[in-house]
Design a protein around this ligand. Structure first.
Ligand code: HEC
Length: 126
C-alpha cells in the first residue's frame, strides 16, 4: 500500500512539475495559442482576428527572426503588412505559375487565401 502511495505521489508531483514547465513556455512554443478557424464569414478580415493565425500557423516556422528564410520575417503586423503590399506575396500564396509557392508543400486553404485578399483590398487593417 505504501509503495502504491509513493508511486501515485511521484506521478502527481511529476505531472505538476512537467506541466508547469510546459505552460511556462506555452506562448513561446505555441505562438498560435487560442487558434481559430479564420474561414467563417463571422471572423473579420483583420490582422488580429484572422491573418495573424494564418501566418503564425503556416509561415512563421520558416519566416521567423532566427531562420529568416528568403530574408523574410513574418512575425509582426508591420512585417506581414509590408510583404503583403508586394505582388510576390499574393502570387506565392495563390501559387501562380512562375512564383515561389508558399507555404512550400501543402498550400493555404482557398478560404484562407480569400480572407487575405479581402484584408489586402480593405487596406490591411490591424
Ligand atoms: C518550409 C519553410 C517555409 C514556409 C512554411 C514558408 N516559406 Fe516563404 N519562403 C521560404 C524560403 C526558403 C524562401 C526563399 C525561396 C527562394 O528565394 O528561393 C521563401 C520565400 C518567400 C517569399 C518570396 C518569394 C519570391 O518570389 O521571392 C514570400 C512572398 C514568402 N516566402 C511568403 C510566405 C508566406 C506568406 C508563407 C505562409 C503562408 C510562407 N512563405 C511559408 C520558406 C518557407
Amino acid at each position: 500500500m505504501k509503495r502504491i502511495f509513493k508511486i501515485v505521489a511521484a506521478l502527481v508531483l511529476g505531472g505538476t512539475f512537467l506541466s508547469a514547465c510546459y505552460y511556462d513556455h506555452w506562448e513561446a512554443i505555441h505562438p498560435t495559442s487560442g487558434l481559430v478557424d479564420v474561414c467563417p464569414d463571422s471572423v473579420s478580415a483583420t490582422y488580429a482576428a484572422a491573418i495573424r493565425f494564418v501566418t503564425a500557423q503556416n509561415c512563421v516556422s520558416c519566416h521567423n527572426s532566427s531562420r529568416q528564410d528568403g530574408n523574410i520575417v513574418l512575425e509582426t503586423y508591420d512585417q506581414v503588412k509590408s510583404l503583403a503590399a508586394t505582388t510576390k506575396f499574393l502570387n506565392s500564396i495563390q501559387r501562380v505559375d512562375g512564383s515561389k509557392p508558399m507555404p512550400p508543400g501543402v498550400g493555404l486553404k482557398a478560404c484562407e487565401i480569400t480572407k487575405i485578399q479581402t484584408w489586402i483590398t480593405n487596406g490591411m487593417p490591424n
